[in-house]
Ligand binder design. Structure first.
Ligand code: GDL
Length: 430
């Protein structure tokens, strides 16, 4: 893909149940409405035909859905990028495999797609015996097949996801990584190059780290941003803003595509604030962007009684990896204090806890009555876990204040049993 314009938008590139058609159409409406957003990339790891069964062409019913998505994007002047991930088992040197690959891409081209990506993330990084006879390295195999695609589909744009796609995967030595250096030399300079930052899920990304990468791969990378992805930990969800990336970073990048939560309705703030980041020129305040976005988000909750404060509490508790919003941090500090000090010293910490508990309970009751059931189900797991833990603390506080006997939680602890708890107990208490 040429880097004539900065690409920015959403990437459906996570493991787990792909989004539904109506959700994607809702997403396109958001992307159209939000300034600076111009792209949707289709890469659901669990679309069989995208990865595990990449050799098979799409059956009519799914093809028609893809066609509807492509047309919807074009109507809204958004780029639709179709990606294919053959790396699990492709024989790079086989002409039969090459023909299957182009048949598949041609099938998608015929329904109107003009932008493609070939992905080699999360695959075995060793060449087969057959390929070893033809290629001197893994990088060479990737460069040859990707350049060939670029030339074959010369009217289309092409992006490439390498197998080493973050600093950590390059053993913290990007300039010394042979795979990345070879790709930098051999991959056609107009092919876009994905990168996730220092780690797969990068809390912060510095300008210097991308400058270092640029000199190796000889182009501006496109950020595959996993900041709000939650497929690696199903108990997590992230409603917070786009953060941890200075504005100057944009000068070093060819684009940013956010690969966010599997739960579609969780992605309003993450993506809306990405659009605010994208259009910001000199001032960028992620917290303010998040507050503004949360006010808009409320309209999708399907219950007019839900307040700003309740929405913000929800977002503050489930913010971003390793980060909480203000109300989330405060409640953790207060619970920590309460559990480690006698009741006479609790003072404002008890008030903080009580007010948190009241707001959370009120939010949960209103969520139960929402007409957007889809949104409710998306949030069910983390919200209910938080409520259960809060209830547990509440019972503990009552017990502590009563000064009676030993603390026994009749409800929560016995329910939390089973193989996952047993393994976690063994591993994490080791
Ligand atoms: C990954 C996968 C991505 C997944 C993400 C978060 C890339 C390039 N690939 O490694 O599909 O959603 O981690 O778990 O990021």
């Amino acid at each position: 893909m040429t880097t004539d314009s900065f690409i920015c938008g959403a990437l459906e590139g996570f493991y787990g149940r792909p989004w539904r058609q109506d959700q994607r159409l809702q997403l396109f409406q958001w992307l159209k409405d939000w300034e600076g957003m111009n792209t949707y990339m289709y890469a659901p790891k669990d679309d069989l035909y995208h990865r595990s069964h990449w050799r098979e062409i799409y059956p009519d019913n799914i093809l028609n859905e893809l066609k509807e998505l492509i047309q919807a994007c074009h109507k809204k002047e958004l780029k639709f990028i179709y990606s294919i991930a053959p790396g699990l088992d492709i024989t790079y040197s086989s002409e039969d495999e090459w023909n299957l690959l182009i048949d598949k891409i041609e099938q998608i081209q015929q329904i109107g797609c003009m932008h493609f990506a070939i992905l080699f993330d999360d695959i075995p990084s060793k060449l087969s015996k057959k390929d070893e006879l033809v290629y001197s390295s893994f990088a060479e195999a990737h460069a040859v097949i990707t350049n060939r695609l670029f030339e074959y589909f010369s009217d289309s744009k092409l992006l490439f996801c390498p197998t080493v796609y973050c600093v950590q995967m390059a053993d913290n030595d990007v300039p010394g990584n042979p795979y990345l250096n070879e790709l930098g030399e051999k991959l056609h300079p107009e092919i876009g190059f994905f990168w996730t930052g220092p780690e797969v899920v990068s809390k912060d990304i510095s300008v210097e780290s991308i400058q270092e990468l640029r000199s190796v791969i000889k182009r501006k990378p496109i950020l595959w941003d996993n900041l709000h992805a939650n497929d690696y930990d199903i108990r997590q969800i992230f409603f917070g803003p786009y953060l941890g990336r200075p504005l100057e970073l944009k000068n070093e990048l060819g684009g940013i595509l956010s690969n966010p939560n599997c739960q579609f309705w969780a992605n309003y703030n993450p993506l809306q604030t990405l659009s605010q980041y994208q259009i910001a020129e000199t001032d960028w305040d992620p917290r303010q962007a998040y507050k503004d976005s949360s006010i808009e988000w409320i309209q999708y909750f399907g219950n007019g009684d839900i307040s700003n404060e309740e929405i913000q509490l929800l977002g503050d508790c489930f913010y971003a990896p390793g980060r909480m919003g203000d109300m989330g941090s405060q409640i953790v500090v207060s619970i920590q204090f309460i559990m480690n000090h006698p009741p006479e010293e609790w003072a404002s910490h008890l008030d903080t806890f009580k007010s948190f508990e009241a707001t959370l309970n009120s939010l949960c009751s209103k969520m139960m009555a929402t007409t957007n059931r889809d949104l409710l189900y998306d949030f069910y797991l983390p919200l209910w876990e938080l409520r259960e833990e809060t209830e547990y603390v509440s019972k503990w506080i009552e017990w502590k204040q009563s000064g009676k006997g030993e603390f026994i939680s009749s409800e929560l602890v016995p329910r939390r049993q089973g193989i996952l708890y047993d393994i976690q107990n063994i591993v994490h208490n080791f």
